[in-house]
Design a protein around this ligand. Structure first.
Ligand SMILES: Nc1ncnc2c1ncn2[C@@H]1O[C@H](COS(=O)(=O)NC(=O)[C@@H](N)CO)[C@@H](O)[C@H]1O
Ligand SMILES: [Zn+2]
Length: 500
C-alpha cells in the first residue's frame, strides 16, 4: 500500500474571498469524478482555506489515485470553473506539504533523493518527506514532470531488487564430466611461459604473440562455425560511449560504480596546457591536481556492454522487413569495467576483449535466431574446444517470472549464461552469455519495422579472456594435449618474445 498526504495552495489571479461559498460548494459537489476511480473513493480533499487570492486544500489518498494527480486535475477543473464564471484564473500552485508512505518489508538505505527532505523507516513503512522550503524544494513543475512517480518506481524497484547476488539461477544443461590432467592456474602458467604480461593499469594485460594467436583462433572458430553460416555481418561499434547511449540502453540507471569515465580537455589550445608541460618537464611528475581543473566533465565512459553503441546506426529509423532478422557482430576494440578490488587473473580484468553479436527482428525471429546461435555454440564447445561447460538461465528474477511463466509477452526474453569449470580452483566462470532483450533496445533507440511489428533484439558477448581461462585451465598450455579440431584451427604456435 502507498499513502499520500499533500497540502497545496492554488494562487488565483485575483482576490477570491467573496467567492468562498461558491468555490467551497464546487469543491464539495463537483469533484466526485476526480476523487474516485472505478466507483471507489481514492482521494479526499479537506481543510479548505481561502486567504485573499490563495485557496489551500489538504489532499489525502492511497495508491488508487495519487494525491498529486488529483492536484493537477483539480487545478484544471477549478480554473475552468472560475475562469468561465468570474474570469479569474490560477497563476500557480504551491506545494506546502507532501509526504508519501510506502509499505515495505525492509528499510532501503537510500540517502539523498532529489526534492526529498528525508526518508524514514518505521512500522514497516518507508516515509518520504518532500522538501517544500529550500531551493531544492519540489514545485508544481516537478509534479507535472512526474518526479514523485519516478521516486515511487525507484523505491519499488529497490524493494524488489535483490541485486546481482539473488539473481535467478537455474541450470539448463551440463556437458559430460571430464577428467582433467591439468590443474594449474591458467594465468600463472601463461605468465610463466611469457604468453602474457601485466599491463600498467589494474586488471590490464599485454598479450604476447602466443596468447594473441589463441584469441584470434577463438574468433576464427566463431567466424567459421557460427557467424558465416548464420549470415552475420561485421560492423564496428564505437568504443567511447556518451551518456545518451546509456540513457537509452538503460545502463544509466546503475552503471556508475563500474565504468571508466572519459573527460575531454576544457580546450585544446596549447597555451592553456603550457604550465602542465613545464611542470612535468621540470619535476618529471604529472601535476594531476592541475590537470583535474583543466579537463571538462565526463561526457560518458569507455565501452562497457559493447552492444549499446551499435543502436545509433538505426536510431529513429524504420528497418525494411526483407532485412530482418538483422545479424551483426563487432570485435573492434576493448571493453572496460572498473571491477572489484584485488588482483585477479585474466578471468576478471578491467580491460577485456569481447566479440559481441547483435541480432534483431520480430519476437519470433529473435527467439529462433537465439536457438540457432545456441546450437552453433554447442557444437563449438562440445566438438572443437571440448570443454566441460554448462548453461544457466540467469534472468533477473522479475524478468524470469515474466519470461518463464509467460505472464506477459516477455515469454522467452532473458539471459543464458555459459559457464565452464576451471579445475585449478574448481570454480565455474561465466565465459559468455546470450540474452534475448525483448524490445528493451529497439524501444530505447526508437527503431521501427516497416510493417510496424514490434521489434525484439538479442545479443551475445564472447569474452576472449574468459574463453582462454576456460580452455587453458582445462587443457593446459601444451599444444599436444589440445583437441584435434582445435589444433587444426590453431595451426603453428607463433614464436614468443623471450627476455633474458
Ligand atoms: N571484467 C571482465 N573480465 C573479462 N571478461 C568480462 C568481464 N566482464 C564481462 N566479461 C565478458 O563479457 C561477457 C558479457 O558481459 S555481460 O556483462 O555479461 N553482458 C553484456 O555486456 C552483453 N552486452 C553481452 O556482451 C561475459 O560473459 C564475459 O565473457
Ligand atoms: Zn550486448
Amino acid at each position: 500500500m502507498i499513502y499520500f498526504k499533500l497540502i497545496g495552495s492554488f494562487v488565483f489571479t485575483k482576490d477570491i474571498t467573496d467567492l468562498k461559498e461558491v468555490i467551497y460548494k464546487f469543491l464539495n459537489e463537483n469533484t466526485k469524478k476526480i476523487l474516485t476511480k472505478n466507483g471507489e473513493i481514492g482521494c479526499s480533499i479537506n481543510d479548505f482555506k481561502i486567504e485573499k487570492n490563495i485557496l489551500t486544500i489538504k489532499f489525502e489518498s492511497n495508491q488508487l489515485i495519487r494525491a498529486h494527480e488529483v492536484l493537477i486535475r483539480l487545478k484544471k477543473e477549478l480554473s475552468n470553473f472560475t475562469g468561465k464564471k468570474f474570469k479569474i484564473g490560477i497563476r500557480d500552485v504551491l506545494i506546502k506539504y507532501f509526504d508519501i508512505k510506502m509499505e515495505s518489508k525492509k528499510s532501503l538505505n537510500i540517502k539523498n533523493l532529489p526534492y526529498v527532505k528525508n526518508i524514514e523507516y518505521g512500522d514497516k513503512c518507508i516515509v518520504i518527506l518532500f522538501d517544500t522550503e529550500s531551493e531544492n524544494k519540489i514545485t508544481y513543475s516537478e509534479i507535472e514532470k512526474r518526479i514523485p512517480d519516478r521516486i515511487i518506481t525507484l523505491l519499488k524497484n529497490k524493494m524488489n531488487d535483490y541485486g546481482g547476488k539473488n539473481e535467478h539461477w537455474e541450470l539448463l544443461w551440463e556437458s559430460e564430466d571430464k577428467k582433467f590432467k591439468f590443474k594449474e592456474d591458467p594465468t600463472k602458467v601463461m605468465e610463466k611461459e611469457g604468453w602474457i604480461k601485466r599491463g600498467y593499469n589494474r586488471g590490464q594485460w599485454i598479450y604476447g604473440p602466443q596468447a594473441t594467436h589463441l584469441f584470434r583462433t577463438f574468433e576464427k572458430i566463431t567466424l567459421k562455425e557460427l557467424l558465416e553460416p548464420l549470415g552475420f555481418s561485421e560492423m564496428i561499434f564505437p568504443k567511447l560511449v556518451p551518456w545518451e547511449v546509456w540513457m537509452r540502453s538503460g545502463h544509466a540507471q546503475g552503471v556508475y560504480p563500474e565504468i571508466y569515465y572519459v573527460c575531454p580537455p576544457k580546450t585544446r589550445d596549447p597555451e592553456y596546457w603550457e604550465d602542465v608541460k613545464n611542470i612535468y618537464n621540470i619535476t618529471k611528475e604529472i601535476p594531476i591536481d592541475l590537470i583535474e581543473n583543466k579537463i571538462d566533465s565526463p561526457i560518458g565512459g569507455m565501452c562497457y556492454a559493447q552492444c549499446p553503441s551499435f543502436w545509433g546506426f538505426l536510431q529513429g529509423e524504420t528497418v525494411s522487413i526483407d532485412q530482418l532478422p538483422l545479424k551483426v557482430y563487432d570485435h573492434s576494440g576493448t571493453s572496460h569495467r572498473y571491477e572489484s578490488g584485488g588482483i585477479h587473473g585474466i578471468e576478471r580484468v578491467d580491460e577485456f576483449h569481447r566479440l559481441e553479436l547483435v541480432w534483431l527482428g520480430t519476437r519470433k525471429e529473435t527467439l529462433e535466431m537465439a536457438e540457432e546461435i545456441k546450437e552453433k555454440y554447442k557444437n563449438i564447445f562440445e566438438n572443437i574446444l571440448e570443454l566441460k561447460w554448462r548453461t544457466a538461465w540467469v534472468t533477473p528474477w522479475f524478468m524470469a517470472q515474466e519470461g518463464k511463466k509467460g505472464l506477459s509477452d516477455m515469454e522467452g526474453a532473458g539471459t543464458v549464461d555459459y559457464e565452464a569449470i576451471t579445475p585449478y580452483n574448481n570454480k565455474w566462470i561465466e565465459f559468455q552469455n546470450l540474452s534475448v532483450n525483448a524490445d528493451k533496445y529497439t524501444k530505447g533507440f526508437n527503431v521501427k519495422s516497416q510493417n510496424n511489428k514490434k521489434l525484439w533484439s538479442g545479443c551475445s558477448g564472447i569474452g576472449l579472456e574468459r574463453w582462454t581461462a576456460a580452455f587453458i585451465s582445462q587443457h593446459g598450455i601444451n599444444i599436444e594435449n589440445w583437441p584435434d579440431k582445435f589444433k587444426k584451427y590453431f595451426g603453428k604456435l607463433p614464436l614468443g618474445i623471450k627476455t633474458l
